[in-house]
Design a protein around this ligand. Structure first.
Ligand code: NAP
Ligand code: ZN
Ligand code: ZN
Length: 351
């Protein structure tokens, strides 16, 4: 079935209308009419060819909320009319150790997991994401969404920004008695603040933007630090259990390593196209500190996060845009001028 979409035809052309062919649902597939799609910084890294191995045309979008239009005959988990979500993955090998442990994002199968867009890292046909009116996905990679109707647009960013911060918060055991830093208050960072707060941690937000201080407190930060202020940074030396760094550009990681206490960990989730300057070994050695990384989250933990958010009334703070404004939205995102996630109203593309 041909459906409307927006695609970048090359790294240097803006996104523009295009058509993608969605497969008719096979026995285990769910056909989804897309209602909303969040705009992740990864979409822009991809559309502008900033990462290695991008295939064009590229149709970004991996924060998808939609309604089930039809299901294949072996589908047991979903039924037509149900509200569902699709995040960053649409397939994985399902037999490797990682898949067996519900960590499909770390699939060691021959071609790794398949991304919702720009999927086949190891070869094969390209995949096209949520900047379109419909998508067909295997039921094992579809999530149940239990937010109310009015919260559905705000729930879209949970599918990437939410799970990408939730997964390391849970893995490194953020909770009561833990001091957690969130660096960069953008799409991922503002969800990190909300989720760390909801998990009961003492939350410190680090921002380069003075105008985000009041907001960060409303989002759930107990303290906010302007990361360009050396004195303010120094006052938090040796004090953090965990710092989650969401910044989308290369920068000095040592400024945060020295804020960790003994055995503390800084986790990188931001994926800048150029490497960070190497951190100093002495900052790691003398306090047994760790520098780690984390990639989105598995399907089971994504469902756990969605259910936690539905139960606790957590959504993303969004600015709704029509599909036609996507290029302007990218330019604003690059200037950190979004509070705090753009979400595309897919009705604008259907019209
Ligand atoms: P975003 O909305 O643009 O937020 C990034 C924030 O980083 C900005 O709002 C800004 O916050 C801060 N920042 C930007 N440029 C900076 C600079 N030069 N120096 C210091 N701070 C800077 O982006 P996002 O959608 O949250 O994504 C963030 C990064 O995570 C991207 O690289 C994306 O590709 C990556 N990502 C990774 C995963 C994963 O699985 N690991 C998943 C999704 C996204 P302040 O204004 O507060 O300083
Ligand atoms: Zn993303
Ligand atoms: Zn696997």
């Amino acid at each position: 079935m041909n459906v409307k979409a927006y695609a970048a035809q090359s790294a240097t052309t803006p996104l523009a209308p295009w058509t993608v062919d969605r497969r008719a649902p096979g026995p285990k597939d769910v056909a989804i009419e897309i209602l909303y799609c969040g705009v992740c910084h990864s979409d822009m890294h991809t559309a502008r060819g900033e990462w290695h191995g991008v295939q064009f045309p590229a149709v970004p979008g991996h924060e998808i909320i939609g309604k089930v239009a039809a299901v294949g005959k072996e589908v047991t988990k979903f039924k037509p009319g149900q509200v569902v979500g699709v995040g960053c993955m649409v397939a994985s090998c399902r037999v490797c150790d990682s898949c067996g442990e519900g960590l499909e994002q770390f699939c060691n199968g021959p071609v790794s997991f398949t991304g919702t867009y720009n999927g086949p890292v190891g070869g094969g046909a390209n995949t096209y994401g949520g900047y379109s009116t419909a998508i067909t996905v295997d039921q094992d990679f579809v999530l149940a969404v239990n937010h109310g109707e009015k919260d559905l647009a705000g729930a879209a960013p949970l599918l990437c920004a939410g799970i990408t911060t939730w997964s390391p918060l849970r893995h490194w055991k953020a909770g009561p008695g833990k001091k957690v830093g969130i660096v960069g208050i953008g799409g991922l960072g503002h969800m990190g603040v909300k989720l760390a707060h909801a998990l009961g941690a003492h939350v410190v937000a680090f921002t380069t933007s003075k105008d985000k201080v009041a907001d960060a407190k409303k989002l759930g930060a107990d303290e906010v630090v302007i990361s360009k202020d050396p004195e303010a940074m120094k006052s938090h030396a040796n004090s953090f259990d965990l710092i989650i760094n969401t910044v989308a550009a290369s920068h000095d990681l040592d400024a945060y390593m020295v804020l960790l206490k003994r055995d503390g960990t800084q986790v990188l989730v931001g994926a800048p196209p150029t490497p960070h300057p190497s951190p100093a070994a002495f900052n790691l050695i003398f306090k047994r500190r760790s520098l780690g990384g984390s990639l989105i989250g598995g399907i089971a933990e994504t469902q756990e996060m969605l259910d936690f958010c539905a139960k606790n009334g957590i959504t993303s703070d969004i600015e709704m845009i029509p599909m036609q404004d996507i290029n302007k939205a990218y330019d604003r995102m690059l200037k950190s001028d979004v509070k705090y996630r753009f979400v595309i109203d897919m009705a604008s593309l259907k019209a």
